[in-house]
Write a protein that binds this ligand. Structure first.
Ligand SMILES: C=CC1=C(C)c2cc3[nH]c(cc4nc(cc5[nH]c(cc1n2)c(C)c5CCC(=O)O)C(CCC(=O)O)=C4C)c(C)c3C=C
Ligand code: FE2
Ligand code: FE2
Length: 321
């Protein structure tokens, strides 16, 4: 009889190797060439990407990465590595690999390590709590393309998302309560998610519904009056309309309505990264205080907190039953 051997593949987005214009350009070129991310016809998109976006955006974004870079590297990579090591420690019978959709460690290399070790069951855990075609489905596409080159496939479970998993909501609620205990209860709790183009949702991506599922479950867990909580979308890119309300425009308007103390959480980011540490914690704090806001606290991502690792352990174990 065949001996069962489990493998877990944790997958996140990817991040530049260094906070330099060249490294950011390499990263953005790969990321923004994915049709699941930008689906503009290639004949229009290639010249715009190569001729305008990469040359202008790379040096600007490299400076932003410099402002958050950690001693051990890009925050996203540092936290993902810690998550991988911590999950491996609580799943001693499984081989736990980390891969990035863009850059390294690459998906082909991680899958080769797993399949080469003879695993019989593979659990794929995209590190995105809310499904989106631009993130989770892109991982699915890439895995399918890579596995097309193998003769023997393991059984495969793909964790679509975990937007309202009780352990995820409990972990978020614990972070919010801890922040309220430390800084007092704010006028508003702002829940900010990464946006996507409105058209992707119109064409069937249920991402905004999954964000709403997380919001409502978190509000219920915290037992907060719904009017004390706002949900917004950040990280707008390009000219198409993106999901609204936008985080930056919303924060700019709050002080004029007498809302001077906010605390902000980004539950869609399983690790702190450029979009939380720079865009939210630096840029949006500046926007809010410049408009007359007084108190701003960013509630960190779940990163490698034990409750987060235990959530991952549960998600994987649920697939192995
Ligand atoms: C059309 C463009 C983009 C879509 C769609 C998109 C969706 C999306 N992204 C994340 C998570 C992350 N995005 C990050 C950075 C980032 N995102 C885009 C564009 C789109 N994202 C760009 C161009 C960048 C790079 C920075 C920049 O140039 O502004 C990151 C951070 C990476 C890091 O290195 O720290 C994350 C994480 C989600 C969850 C999502 C859809 C739901
Ligand atoms: Fe993004
Ligand atoms: Fe951003």
């Amino acid at each position: 009889m065949r001996q069962e051997r489990y493998g877990v593949l944790m997958v996140n987005l990817g991040t530049p190797e260094a906070p330099t214009s060249q490294a950011v350009k390499r990263y953005l070129a790969e990321f923004l060439s994915d049709r699941r991310v930008v689906d503009t016809p290639r004949i229009l998109w290639w010249p715009l990407l190569r001729g305008v976006i990469l040359p202008l955006r790379s040096p600007r974004v490299a400076k932003l990465y410099k402002s958050i870079w950690m001693e051990q590297g890009s925050p996203l990579m540092v936290f993902c590595r810690r998550q991988q090591a911590a999950l491996a420690a609580v799943l001693p019978d499984a081989q736990v690999e980390l891969a990035m959709s863009y850059g390294s460690p690459s998906l082909p290399a991680a899958l080769e390590r797993l399949l080469g070790a003879g695993i019989t069951k593979l659990v794929i855990l995209p590190l995105y709590p809310q499904y989106s075609s631009s993130t989770s489905a892109s991982i699915w596409d890439a895995v399918a393309r890579i596995l097309a080159g193998y003769r023997s496939l393991p059984s495969i479970s793909f964790i679509r998302d975990y937007a309202e998993h009780p352990a995820y909501i409990a972990a978020l609620a614990q972070s919010v309560r801890r922040s309220f205990a430390e800084h007092g209860e704010p006028d508003r709790l702002v829940i900010s998610f990464h946006g996507i183009p409105v058209r992707y949702a119109r064409e069937g991506d249920d991402y905004p519904l999954r964000c709403e599922d997380t919001r409502s479950a978190l509000v219920a867990a915290l037992d907060l009056p719904p009017e004390k909580v706002m949900m917004t979308f950040q990280s707008r890119f390009g000219r198409d309309p993106w999901l609204s309300p936008a985080t930056d425009l919303t924060l700019k308007g709050l002080p004029a309505q007498g809302i001077k103390h906010i605390q902000l959480i980004c539950p869609g980011f399983s690790s702190d990264c450029l979009e939380t540490l720079e865009e939210i914690k630096q840029q949006n704090r500046e926007i809010f205080t410049h408009a007359g806001g007084e108190t701003f606290h960013y509630i960190p991502a779940l990163n490698d907190e034990p409750v987060h690792i235990d959530l991952f352990r549960q998600l994987v174990s649920e697939q192995l039953r």
